[in-house]
Design a protein around this ligand. Structure first.
Ligand code: PLP
Length: 389
């Protein structure tokens, strides 16, 4: 957790017990990824050739027709939307962003609108929303699809299901009209099998993953897998081609780094990893049980819907004399700085300095930790409780 550069800059590294969040640095790259990026940085290459060969290898590894490396899952949303609107029509593409595309509607469940969806609008698409917070009917999707429909966008993962139709039903209806379905599965790893499940097993046309989350690839990387013709369209829309995708260029180091990350991910013993996370959470529960004012429990799945446990530590402020905001702030301000999640508030992006009346506890996540950091967290929380916040 040390860095000479960060120290020189006066920026404090932190223990991330909150999640794979970009604003906390995303994830720590696996050593194999760093090595691959350094290696790739030593030589010039034809970037088109590299993108194609890395894509071919990623497709093979993930049992997909084709694959493409982006600068992140959000860029994946942007480029897949463009691909579904323009195909490989360079005349259309060259007119962007000043022309209105003939197919510029993306159908989305109203309940699945999300923080990253402006990337779709940035591509020049409009959303056509279906359903509401309570329910969506099949006929709503059927009616929303028309001659201007470029794609249907679907957020994968049970926690994101909300009141949406199932992905299976969505695919069935969209495909009846030949409309492609883009699946945002940015955080839906593990299980590693999701790299091919949505495409090969369910028939999704394009699926997006973040490279900087559980894959522990380059922070600025993302993976798109799917149909060969649509990945070809992503390729044409993407950098270094001189169209609207050009600002989101991906470097040779990220391409090779992401490939190394996926190779590594597929060899991990995910059952053993999960058992390790369970042991950490059980250790925390044991350490915080029986302390007046603290109520520890195992929470599952985590905030992104990944099948991984985390600790929920509910705080009784009447007993302790300080509340969940105070403990979150004390962890953030102490040394080393520790980031944890918040429980009971509606705020998605509560920062550690914020106070929210609804905050009733903290979430502490094991899967983002470096070895041994779980003990530092235990000690710090016990010390805060002992000294009164
Ligand atoms: C994290 C996330 C993204 C953005 O991923 P980046 O790789 O940081 O661009 C997009 N969609 C969903 C659902 C996410 O969870």
């Amino acid at each position: 957790m040390s860095s000479i550069r960060y120290a020189e800059l006066g920026v404090r590294p932190l223990i991330n017990a909150q999640g794979r969040l970009t604003r906390l640095g995303g994830s720590i790259m696996a050593p194999e990824v760093v090595d691959a990026m350094i290696d790739a940085g030593h030589a010039y290459v034809d970037i088109f050739e590299l993108q194609r060969e890395v894509g071919r290898k990623l497709a093979e590894l993930t049992h997909n027709e084709a694959a493409y490396v982006t600068t992140g899952a959000a860029t994946g949303l942007f480029l897949t939307t463009l691909a579904c609107m323009t195909g490989t029509d360079i005349e259309l593409l060259a007119g962007l962003p000043l022309i209105e595309l003939p197919k510029n509607e993306v159908v989305i469940h109203a309940s699945q609108r999300f923080a990253y969806d402006p990337a779709v609008l940035l591509a020049g698409a409009r959303f056509k929303e279906i359903g509401n917070a309570e329910a969506t009917a099949a006929w709503e999707l059927e009616e929303a699809i028309g001659p201007r429909t470029a794609a249907v966008l679907y957020l994968a993962g049970e926690v994101n299901r909300r009141s949406a139709l199932s992905l299976e039903e969505t695919l069935e209806i969209a495909h009846r009209d030949g409309v492609p379905v883009i699946v945002d599965a940015a955080a839906q790893l593990p299980p590693a099998e999701n790299l091919w499940h949505f495409t090969r097993d369910l028939g999704a046309d394009l699926v997006i993953f973040s490279g900087g989350k559980d894959l522990r690839g380059p922070q600025s990387s993302g993976l798109v897998v799917g149909r060969k013709d649509l990945i070809e369209a992503v390729f044409v829309n993407g950098a270094p081609n001189p169209y609207v995708g050009r600002p989101m260029k991906v470097g040779k180091e990220e391409m090779v780094g992401l490939l190394a990350a996926v190779e590594r991910y597929l060899t991990l013993d995910h059952a053993a990893r999960l058992a390790g996370f369970e042991a950490i959470v059980q250790g925390w529960i044991a350490a915080f049980s029986g302390i007046p004012g603290l109520r520890p429990s195992r929470s599952w799945p985590n905030e992104a819907g990944q099948p991984m446990p985390r600790l929920l530590l509910e705080i009784d402020s009447d007993v302790l004399g300080f509340d969940a905001n105070d403990i979150r702030r004390a962890l953030w301000e102490g040394d080393p700085r520790i980031a944890v999640g918040h429980y009971g508030t509606k705020h998605l992006y509560l920062t550690h300095a914020d106070t929210d009346d609804g905050a009733r506890g903290i979430f502490v996540t094991p899967d983002t930790l470096e070895p041994g950091e779980e003990h530092i967290i235990t000690e710090r929380i016990l010390s805060i409780v002992r000294t009164g916040g």
